[in-house]
Design a protein around this ligand. Structure first.
Ligand SMILES: Cc1cc2nc3c(=O)[nH]c(=O)nc-3n(C[C@H](O)[C@H](O)[C@H](O)COP(=O)(O)OP(=O)(O)OC[C@H]3O[C@@H](n4cnc5c(N)ncnc54)[C@H](O)[C@@H]3O)c2cc1C
Length: 391
């Protein structure tokens, strides 16, 4: 049968008019407003409040939230486009938007009650940064070994424990936090709670001093009998493990987008520098050795984009995307490291200094293989899917 024109699927990288407009607005913002502050924010290890406010004004902090709650009524794919464009300039900026959209809001949109949506979404869309608190000192890859405990008390729960590595916690007003209501049931006691920063017994602790994404805050959370009403339980009691697994499956595509943007940013800098730097009487881009470097970097970036966009579009099409999400995060984080490393070399000595952005991108790339499931954990997921697949 001959396919009609309309039946021919669109190329993965072809954007709809709405997607292209959205991408252009984030790209402009990243170049004009964000870029001038990247170096100083990285040095200080602090993200500027005025830029955060602009994230909200641009709608970047509630991409998929329906307009009735103050959001953009956009798609998951658009969240990934925003993350990619921001990461091209600053991966710290990208992860702030990533956690807000692909983890926190995603969980409320999927599992929140109507009352929770009315209560939490408009504030998250307007001015409140959010965090996603699963990891603890003793439970990283083995996330469900968490020991934070929630004990029933009248109409609510008292939560006690410590969380570690919580992105956005320095700025966040809202936290989606996982605690166990019934440790005897193991992971089937894990439950998701919404917590506000001013909750008595809740405290944001030490902020980590990191290798990369330094402007993104990563903090400890301390809970000492923090009281949370039952209306703040997201989803069913004991089903928090399911919420954690499913949000992280989607979040991985966001990290794929972050690593894609980072690699594209490193390639952009390498291309510009190679054409401007002269040695032996000509620009270094005229040497085949440099051209081949640039070509291989571009192949890596293109392959990553196809994987990330495919995973995001599968998600929006309601198709299974678990394997593709794990693959794209695994591959994108490898590519980000490789391309940023090669960009440092293309820039020669100045690439190794803080005067040029590639040094920072190289440092920032490392986190892609660690958070939201290490590379080994992605391979565990991919292999499990391969071995269980019907053939
Ligand atoms: C900057 C930053 C931001 C973060 N943000 C958040 C956040 O917002 N919310 C949150 O909840 N968490 C967050 N995390 C935590 C992050 O998800 C964990 O650090 C990550 O899952 C790894 O856990 P771990 O550090 O305990 O390492 P471990 O689990 O101790 O792993 C150490 C090494 O052992 C390997 N390993 C472990 N188990 C296996 C296995 N079964 N098979 C093969 N290899 C294995 C790992 O791959 C890794 O190489 C963040 C971490 C960082 C560094």
């Amino acid at each position: 049968m001959v396919a009609t024109e309309s039946a021919v699927p669109s190329p993965l990288t072809q954007l709809s008019e709405e997607e292209a407009l959205f991408q252009a607005s984030v790209r402009r913002f990243a170049r004009e407003r964000l870029a001038p502050h990247v170096r100083s924010m990285d040095d200080a290890g602090v993200f500027r409040q005025d830029l955060l406010r602009e994230f909200f004004e641009l709608g970047l902090m509630a991409v998929e939230v329906p307009e009735q709650f103050g959001g953009q009524s956009g798609t998951f794919f658009q969240s990934v486009l925003a993350i990619e464009e921001l990461a091209r300039v600053d991966p710290s900026a990208a992860v702030i938007v990533d956690v807000q959209n692909t983890l926190f809001l995603n969980a409320i949109l999927h599992w929140g009650t109507d009352e929770q949506k009315r209560r939490w979404l408009p504030r998250a869309a307007k001015d409140t940064v959010a965090s996603y608190a699963l990891s603890e000192a003793g439970s990283g890859s083995d996330a469900f070994a968490l020991t934070t405990r929630a004990v029933e008390d009248g109409d609510g729960y008292r939560i006690t424990g410590r969380k570690l590595w919580i992105t956005n916690a320095g700025e966040a007003g809202f936290f989606l936090l996982f605690a166990n209501v019934n440790p005897e049931q193991g992971y089937k006691g894990i439950t998701a709670f919404l917590i506000e920063r001013d909750c008595p017994g809740f405290q944001v602790g030490k902020k980590e001093d990191k290798l990369g994404i330094r402007a993104s805050s990563t903090c400890e959370l301390i809970l000492d009998g923090c009281y949370v009403p039952k209306s703040n339980v997201v989803g069913e009691l004991g089903k928090g493990y399911k919420i954690a697994i499913e949000t992280l499956n989607e979040g991985r595509i966001g990290i794929g987008g972050q690593m894609l943007g980072l690699a594209q940013g490193a390639l952009d800098h390498a291309l510009a520098y190679a054409q401007q730097r002269k040695q032996f009487g000509k620009s270094i881009s005229e040497f085949q050795g440099v051209q081949f470097e640039l070509a291989e970097m571009a192949v890596d970036v293109e392959a990553t984009r196809l994987m990330v966009y495919n995973a995001a579009r599968l998600h929006d099409a309601g198709r299974p995307f678990l394997t593709e999400a794990a693959m794209c995060k695994y591959f994108a984080s490898q590519v980000a490291e490789r391309v940023a490393s090669r960009a440092v070399e293309v820039l020669g000595g100045v690439g190794f200094t803080k005067d040029y952005p590639v040094e920072k991108l190289y440092r920032d790339a490392k986190i892609g293989r660690i958070y939201e499931g290490t590379s080994n954990m992605q391979k565990v997921t991919i292999a499990k899917q391969l071995l269980n697949r019907d053939r």
